[in-house]
Structure formats: C-alpha cells, structure tokens
Ligand binder design. Sequence first.
Ligand SMILES: Cc1ncc(COP(=O)(O)O)c(C=O)c1O
Length: 481
Amino acid sequence: MDSLINKIIALEKISQELEPSLEKRNSLNEQLQQYTNHFIENTEYNPSYYGGNPDSEKLRIKPSKKDLKELLSIYTSEVVQKGINPAGGGHLGYIPGGGIYASALGDMLASVTNEYAGMYFGSPGAVTMENELIDWMKNVFNFPKEAIGNLTSGGSIANLIALTAARDQHQIKNEKISQSVIYLSPQVHHCIHKALRIIGLEDVQVRLLALDELSRIDIIKLNESIQDDIENGLNPFLVISSAGTTDTGAVDPLEQIGKVAQTNKMWYHIDAAYGGFFILSETKKYLFKGIELADSLVIDPHKGLFLPYGLGAVLIKNKEAVFHSHHYTANYMQDAITNTQINPADVSPELTKHFRGVRLWLPLSLYGIEPFTACLDEKLLLTTYFRNRLKEIGFELGPEPDLTVSYFWYPSKDVAENKYNEKLMEIIHSDGSVFLSSTKIDGKFVIRMAILAFRTKKITIDKAMKMIKKCIGKTNEYFNK
Ligand SMILES: Cc1ncc(COP(=O)(O)O)c(C=O)c1O
C-alpha cells in the first residue's frame, strides 16, 4: 500500500507541471499578451505574404523542453512569417478570414472552462448559448423557428451536413444514386463536390448550369435542364445555389431558383459561406430575397463576421432529415439523453467538440451588430474604391460585383495577356506587401480581389495600388517593354 501511495505522490509531482501556479500563469499570460499586442500593433506594417518554407526541424517535438520565450520566437519565424498573413488587412486573396480580438478571448474562456458543448446534459449553458446563436441566425435569414442548426468548424463541414440531410430526405441510395440529378453552378465551391463524394453520391448526375454574363445561374437553362431530365425518367432532387461565389462573388437569383426547386419538389441548398452576412447591409439586402426558401443554408462567421478561423454554421428546416444520419444514442450515453434542447451532437458528425459558440457570442454581446454591419458596408465601398483606382491606371475590370470579390487584368498589347498577367501575379506575390490571388474566367487568367478582412482599410487599398504600380514596372522590365 505504502509503495502504491509513494508512486502516486511521485507521479503527482511530475504531472503538477500541467497545472501551473498562479504566479506562473501570470508570467505566461504576460508574455503571451505582450506577444499578441506586438503582433496586432504591427500587423499593418508587416508583409501580407511571406515566401519560403518553415524549418520543420524547429517545429519538431523533442524530448528536451523549451521556454515560452523561445517557443514564441520559433512561432514567429516558422509560422507567422511564412505564407499568407490572414490576420492582416492586406489579405485580399481567396476569401480572407478575420481574427477579431474578442473572439480570441472567447476561445480562451471556452478552453479554460472546457465546457462540454456536444450534449445539453453536459453543459446546458454552452448548448443553450450555441442554440441561441443559431436562433439569432435563423432570425437574420428569415428561417422558421422550427429549423435546426449547428455551429461547425467551417463552411466545408456545414455543407457536408446540409447535403447529407438532402440525401437522406430524398433517400438517394443504392440504384437510385445514378438516376438522381443535382443542379449547380460551375462556380460552386469545391467543398460541395468533396462532400458529395464523402456522402457516397459520387455517381449522381451533376448538371453544371449555364451562367449569365454576371456569373449567376441562368434560370431558364436551369428549368430546361430539369424538364429534360424529368422527361428522360431521371430524378432531379437537389439544386444548389451560391450567395456569393468564391470565384467572382456572384449571388445567384436565390428566389427564382427557390421557386423552381419548390415546383419540382427538390431540396434547395444555398451556400452563403462567403456572402451570407452581407444580408445585414441595407444596400445589399435585395440580393438575398428568397434566401428563406432554402431547405438548408450555410453561412460562415469566420468569413462574413470577421471571426478567426474555426466557425461556420448550417441551418436546416427539416429536423428529421438531419437526425436520420446524425442522431444516435448508445448505452454509455443513457444519462445524457434529455428532450430539453437540440444537442449539437445530433446535428453534426462531431460528438465532443470545441465550444466554439463563445467566440461569436462574446463579440456579438460586447459590441452589438452595428460595427459588424459597418465593417461589411466599408468592405463594399472599398471594393468600388479599389476598382476605380485600378481603372485609372489602365486595368480592365470584370463586371460590377454583387459583393466584394472582383477581378481585373492588365491589357498588355505586346505579350499574350494571360502570360503577362501570370507574370504580374508572380511578381505581386514576391513583393508580398499586399496579397492578391488569381483565377481563370472562361480560360482567361485574371487577378482577383476579395475584400473581407476586417483590418482592410482605405490605407490598405492605397498600399495595394502602390505595390501594383511597382509590379507593373517590374513586369514590363521582364518582358523588355
Ligand atoms: C462559397 C464558399 N463555400 C464554402 C467554403 C468552404 O469553407 P471553409 O473553408 O470554411 O471550409 C468557402 C471557402 O472559401 C466558400 O467561399
């Protein structure tokens, strides 16, 4: 017995390191706070893109210990100073994320208290908070009270949950798979295709719809395509539209597509991961008319509400369709079964999960919605400002964007346009003061702007213009113009 107790005491001493004293915690907190304050204060002056690869040796887990000071220095050189700086305002590529500070505090709270947000029984408060946030979103998007939802890690998982529900509602399985048809835009985010494979729908028929000149789904072609398929004995069951495509930011005609889906008794899914929260802008509300017709809707607070990466959301009207694949019980869960509220675990592949609700609840409760709406409106105006300035120096622009994603290219005369703009993009990336990305529109290489980072300000666009002018000079030099 004595030896057992002695062993326990010995191990207790060693494992005690996992519970630092108040004094040690204060010291760690102070170092980290200094670090994050320095990061935030200097973010405007730091590059938006760093080339090079991290030294994996420095990141390797080794038996020897390091102190926080050394670790923060490694974090800076091998993580922060590599690749894109997504917390900075100069991230104007892909779909920028955010990183508002109050969310980081929310994450800290969630991690320290480690509330169990998977089941109501474990943490009624955490689950109620997450369900309140879902109710808030239902309200924003005019979804009915009975709809259910989930706070996911991001848009991909949110789309996966929604498409699983569509599959189950329409019982697309076995021989029905190859006879069933899904209608979507060629500009739909690739996570939709990925999700279809994951949920066993690789062999469904996918109709990539024709788009109008503003890259929106052409409603006449959609109707024709559905009628053709019905006449050919197929089973049209799902139509997907985007409220803000990743490529061009286009918002499909949501209401018209919704009506087509209703008429044909199809599931209507809207991916509004990028654009959804622009519904809060009075100037853009009209674009979202009909969003409430969706059977399922994806929105991403880690895009449109400027949160740090790690928060998407899905809203779904038909609870049974979701529960078919996601609601399970087990003997060891018997104490946790309550009928009080929807459990996040019943609406998601996850059981245990990060209590991600706090990272949204805290900023929304601290600030209200007004600064978020103002920030969205600011991004819309900055998009116009950027486009105007580009035009002034001779760039050709894509069509007037619905939201804050747009594209442009330099109309080079002597060198093939694609070749010129590819080189220009490469030089912009190696400059790195502001980060832009590129895409192809009907085979044409174009440079893309996506203005959604909350730290993007007028001064950022002015900086981008300065950089672009410099890079044009270098591109011309390269081609000996
Ligand atoms: C329209 C759209 N849908 C889905 C996604 C995927 O979201 P996530 O990267 O959060 O998984 C993105 C990402 O940019 C997107 O723009």
